[in-house]
Design a protein around this ligand. Structure first.
Ligand code: 13P
Length: 277
């Protein structure tokens, strides 16, 4: 099933889907073991940095073969693609979904490049995500302004034909200094203004109840990255501080296990929320 079709299915049941970034074999293994053990679908995301780290064919084929190996329903997605060229490379490689992030460009330029990407992706039957509004990236000011405006979201979706839209409603990438407050009223307005699948970036550190409320009000895809890197590296550091073992195959699984537990928890949150109430 195409990701666009999965979104329609999930939204009809008011369910969300987790989209997790991966960085190497171990973090991917952790995510997929969690998805398998909870029988949940998953979106596997690669940023340009992770693609550069592993190499595009390696990163893609690793994700593809491990999805098959674990028998998990999943899709491979380019996270925050910032150029038409990168998007085109990923589509040629076989990605199911791409994000073109021109959110820092003027509204009309964002529309222009997103429209070009949507046209290109049609040839591949791939899903396209864009972003509208200011969602602070790592290192950017978290108090920066620029929430997504419902009327602009409607115009943007109509002009571009994009499948999914990342919205700025109070989240930011990376950890938060204080608990984020999502503007759920605004989210409802955006959700009423457009039929597009809505995406929440910056899922790390957002309380479970806020994530549930966001799904209730129209968010379908929830992105989580920082918490995965964090738990993996912190566990590894602790383990290595008290252990002289040099066989990495005996050390890494401890950190992978923590990724599994973390992702299981996130999957539980985005599962059928109505079942949990
Ligand atoms: P976090 O790193 O804050 O979880 O955000 C992930 C994300 O939105 C990836 O696009």
């Amino acid at each position: 099933m195409k990701l666009q079709e999965k979104f329609v299915e999930l939204r009809s049941k008011q369910q969300g889907i987790l989209a997790t970034n991966f960085y190497n074999f171990e973090t991917l293994e952790g995510v997929l073991c969690a998805a398998k053990s909870t029988n949940q679908p998953i979106i596997l995301q690669l940023t340009e940095s992770s693609i550069n780290y592993m190499g595009l064919p390696v990163a893609f084929s690793l994700a593809k073969s491990m999805l098959a190996h674990h028998g998990v329903e999943g899709w491979i997605h380019l996270d925050h693609g910032d150029s038409y060229e990168l998007v085109a490379q990923c589509l040629d490689m076989g990605f199911d979904s791409v994000m073109i992030d021109a959110s820092e460009q003027p509204f009309k330029d964002n529309i222009a490049i997103t429209s070009r990407v949507v046209k290109l992706a049609e040839n591949y039957g791939a899903n396209v995500e864009a972003e509208l509004g200011y969602i602070a990236k790592l290192g950017q000011d978290k108090d920066g302004s620029g929430f997504t405006q419902p009327e602009e979201a409607k115009q943007f979706v109509e002009a571009t034909g994009v499948n999914a839209l990342a919205v700025a409603i109070g989240t930011a990438h990376g950890f938060y200094d204080k608990e984020p407050k999502l503007d759920l009223g605004l989210l409802s307005k955006i959700s009423n203004a457009t039929e597009v699948t809505l995406v929440l970036h910056g899922g790390s550190g957002v309380p479970a109840e806020s994530l549930r409320q966001a799904i209730d009000r129209g968010i379908c895809k929830i992105n989580v990255a920082t918490e995965i890197k964090n738990i993996f590296m912190r566990t590894l550091k602790t383990k290595l501080a008290t252990n002289e073992e040099i066989d990495l195959r005996k050390v890494f699984p401890t950190a992978t296990d923590q990724v599994i537990e973390l992702v299981k928890g996130k999957l539980e949150i985005v599962r059928n929320i109505k079942d949990q109430r």
